[in-house]
Design a binder for this molecule. Structure first.
Ligand SMILES: *Cc1c(COP(=O)(O)O)cnc(C)c1O
Length: 364
């Protein structure tokens, strides 16, 4: 079988989604399944929906379009604000758009007017991670203006933490978001449908606190796909971490000096194990047929005894205990950034290995 390839155990993803839907459901929190790390894979999307995920979200319009074309029917959210020029494409495929800039909201209103179809707006609030979001002091004004704009439906508010600066979602931000929701609802005179408390990094808060405040939605990607808590990259109890296996093939394996010789300048991407830290001597150096284009060499978990030395665009250089015959397949786990690259590299084939015969959980 061709390599590199990514084997995707859909049953593991279904298990994780169902587990989180149940655990969060007990707290009144619904799950929005995030597909962006899988390039909007319709296979993955279908498994999430069968597991009880209410909505799907992706950061790229093209991925939402692919899911629509594949017949996915649940509401779709665009996770990243579009550029104003993309407004027509967004209105055609998304039900809800996360927005943090009024110019973008106005472009969406104009696009909606061209088609006559209203679009849902989720206003993002900045609570300290310093990626997207309006400052809390501006939220009431921004939401009031969106509420009054034709063909924009103010669906809710949300926040995103831990992505840019690693700010940990805690009870304080969730209380603040809940209080802000109340203020907005007072201004517009009706309840908001969605109050979205963040991504997988909010699970620690959600699963350990008795009260969810007003938070009724989390947007979950990494936890469903990899079973990991993004704050610590440790497994979340009850979840499977074996959904994705990357398989690459040995294309060279030889006894070589452990350190380079000649004058040293910059390499293409640099070594994972710094050259001065390598003991001198000879090692078995093996090359696998993947590189920076397909994976993040710092984010793959190879079998015991194999360590990454470095990578260039198309070569992953590893040390192996013994010489491996060319053609040998090597299997590895991927972390989030390696998953993202392997799913988006046109050179990595995707192969779903377990297709559930029936929905994991009946959806109503
Ligand atoms: C990527 C993303 C998510 C999902 O993050 P995970 O850590 O994979 O759960 C949620 N919300 C926004 C806005 C995102 O960009």
């Amino acid at each position: 079988m061709t390599t590199p390839r990514l084997e995707i155990d859909l049953a593991a993803i279904g298990h994780n989604a169902q587990f989180l839907v149940t655990a969060l459901g007990a707290k009144g929190i619904g799950v929005t399944g995030v597909t962006k790390a899988t390039l909007g894979s319709p296979d993955v999307a279908r498994v999430m929906v069968a597991a009880g995920v209410r909505r799907l979200a992706d950061s790229r319009i093209e991925n939402l379009e692919a899911m629509r074309e594949a017949g996915i029917r649940v509401p779709l959210t665009l996770l990243r604000s579009p550029a104003p020029r993309q407004a027509d494409a967004v209105v055609a495929c998304a039900d809800v758009v996360m927005v943090s800039d009024l110019d973008v909201a106005m472009a969406l209103s104009e696009a909606a007017a061209r088609t006559g179809r209203a679009i849902g707006i989720m206003v993002m609030v900045e609570l300290g991670d310093l990626r997207e979001g309006v400052m809390p002091a501006d939220l009431a004004d921004v939401t009031r203006r969106i509420h009054r704009t034709p063909l924009l439906h103010l669906t809710g508010i949300g926040t995103n933490l831990a992505c840019q600066s690693g700010v940990v979602p805690e009870v304080g931000q969730m209380q603040e978001l809940s209080a802000l929701a109340k203020v907005v609802e007072g201004k517009i005179g009706r309840p908001l449908e969605i109050i979205s408390g963040g991504n997988s990094s909010s699970l620690g808060w959600a699963l350990s606190h008795g009260s969810a405040e007003r938070i009724n939605d989390l947007r979950l990607g990494e936890s469903i796909l990899l079973g990991l808590d993004p704050l610590t990259r440790t497994p979340i109890a009850g979840l499977r971490t074996d959904a994705f296996t990357l398989v690459a093939t040995v294309i060279e394996s030889a006894l070589k000096p452990s350190r380079p010789w000649g004058t040293l300048g910059q390499g293409a991407f640099g070594a994972v194990v710094p050259i001065p830290a390598r003991p001198s001597g000879r090692i078995v150096q093996t090359i696998l047929n993947i590189g920076e284009q397909d994976i993040d060499p710092r984010d793959v978990m190879l079998p015991a005894g194999i360590t990454v030395l470095g990578a260039s665009s198309d070569h992953l250089v590893v040390e192996t205990p013994t010489r491996l015959a060319a053609g040998t397949e090597v299997r590895m786990r991927v972390g989030y950034s390696a998953l993202l690259r392997s799913m988006t590299s046109p050179f990595v084939a995707e192969r779903p290995v377990v297709v559930p015969a029936a929905p994991v959980l009946a959806t109503s």
